[in-house]
Design a protein around this ligand. Structure first.
Ligand SMILES: Cc1cc2nc3c(=O)[nH]c(=O)nc-3n(C[C@H](O)[C@H](O)[C@H](O)COP(=O)(O)OP(=O)(O)OC[C@H]3O[C@@H](n4cnc5c(N)ncnc54)[C@H](O)[C@@H]3O)c2cc1C
Length: 380
């Protein structure tokens, strides 16, 4: 047992998840990175695990319950895929399931949710625009009402799963300037006026696709508005809490992998007549990495406890996000130093995670924005 809330059920979930990841995903880490994609049947295999079903009713293919600890266990153990791109390709949908489950009409949920949750089709969240992603309240995509439809015009970019998804949760301006003028819509890939192009040659996350989406007079039925008009910003912010906590858990898992890989390498590699692990400088690097893993783990558990027993601790999530990405950056850099030249060769997990640090630090709310939000939550 790792902590007070580590029940038998959660331990079993961790063991099952780890076994799945290590046998079904990890062996393909390099091949899928080089291929720039994962086979579609992997989506269905992960869907069958139930990992996208937290907080989703069983009638829509969900688990019929929610558990923040288990959500984080999935995020942490998923890092054992040794490929963040694989996880982005699979998990792009996870940040759009919440809004569809909470806000979509019965008709939409009956029609699409089960297929998404069970991995038969993909869905994506479209918030970021070519003009910027941090200043969500200033988005430029518009939606104008026309009878029983909304006409959407504008563009989104960096959208994970953008080339492969069938459904898109998209923020658009339905009212005046600022955060109260934004609403959410479900856009479907076959709607007239919708098109997309791939973003190629990224620093990391090679196994996933990102796209720019174009909305050129896309006519969306009024029933495809998700939630109330003008409430989109609040809904996006609520959704961010889950995305950000998931990223903190994934950073924790990535750091743990980097620590394990560093220890294993330091024990077998000898310099100056003894293993690297016996040189004090290397031992200190391992101590520091290990301390950051412990601190992040304790923080994740504390956040889960508050989310389960009190309310979503937005301030803690913001602080944990920048703390964990800075810690991941440290661990990736030190792991690379310990591995030396071997780490610099393409195709090993240390090299891959080193390339994947920055998307964790920028995506889903950058370190700068997380610090800003944290201080705002402190009333300053
Ligand atoms: C691989 C990848 C996948 C992504 N997937 C998705 C997705 O699925 N859906 C989606 O909607 N978006 C997605 N994004 C977009 C991501 O959320 C944005 O990149 C992020 O929010 C930052 O927006 P930006 O890149 O436009 O930077 P900008 O907002 O232009 O900011 C540029 C830099 O300035 C800093 N900055 C901005 N404002 C301030 C300020 N007031 N004070 C100090 N510093 C500031 C930022 O922190 C950032 O470092 C993805 C991005 C990447 C790289």
């Amino acid at each position: 047992m790792r902590h007070a809330a580590d029940t038998e059920e959660r331990q079993q979930f961790r063991e099952m998840t780890r076994r799945f990841i290590e046998t079904e995903l990890q062996p393909h880490a390099n091949a899928w990175d080089e291929a720039g994609e994962i086979p579609w049947e992997v989506h269905q295999k992960v869907g069958a695990l139930g990992t996208w079903g937290f907080g989703v009713a069983e009638q829509y293919g969900g688990l019929g319950f929610d558990d923040m600890y288990m959500r984080c266990i999935w995020g942490e153990e998923a890092a054992r895929a040794h490929n963040g791109g694989t996880l982005a390709a699979l998990g792009g949908r996870s940040i759009s399931i919440g809004p569809i489950e909470k806000l979509a009409s019965q008709e939409i949920k009956d029609r699409i949710l089960k297929d998404i949750v069970q991995g038969r089709v993909g869905s994506s969240l479209g918030v970021t625009e070519p003009g910027g992603g941090s200043d969500v309240a200033n988005m430029k995509t518009t939606a104008r009402q026309d009878g029983n439809h909304w006409i959407i015009n504008g563009s989104k970019t960096f959208i994970t799963g953008g080339m492969t998804s069938d459904y898109f949760v998209v923020g658009a301006r339905t009212g005046g300037e600022g955060l109260n003028g934004i609403s959410l819509f479900l856009v479907e890939k076959d709607m007239e006026g919708f098109s997309r192009t791939a973003l190629d040659k990224k620093m990391g996350w090679w196994a996933s696709d990102q796209a720019t989406l174009y909305f050129d007079d896309v006519r969306v039925p009024a029933g495809n508005m998700l939630g109330d008009e003008g409430r989109g910003f609040i809904q996006i912010m609520h959704n961010f809490n889950y995305e950000r906590l998931g990223m903190v858990a994934q950073c924790l898992g990535m750091m743990r992998v980097l620590l394990e890989e560093s220890i294993a390498y330091a024990q077998q590699r000898e310099t100056f007549g003894k293993p690297l692990s016996q040189h004090q400088v290397i031992r200190h690097k391992i101590a520091e990495m290990s301390a950051r893993v412990d601190a992040t783990e304790a923080w994740v558990n504390q956040i889960c406890f508050l989310a389960e027993n009190d309310k979503m601790p937005v301030d803690q999530i913001c602080k944990a996000k920048f703390f964990s990405t800075k810690s991941l950056e440290y661990c990736a850099s030190e792991a690379m130093q310990i591995w030396g030249g071997a780490g610099y060769l393409r195709g090993n997990v240390v090299e891959r995670f080193y390339r994947e640090v920055k998307v964790m630090a920028i995506g889903g709310g950058s370190e700068e924005i997380m610090r800003d939000l944290a201080v705002k939550q402190m009333g300053l």
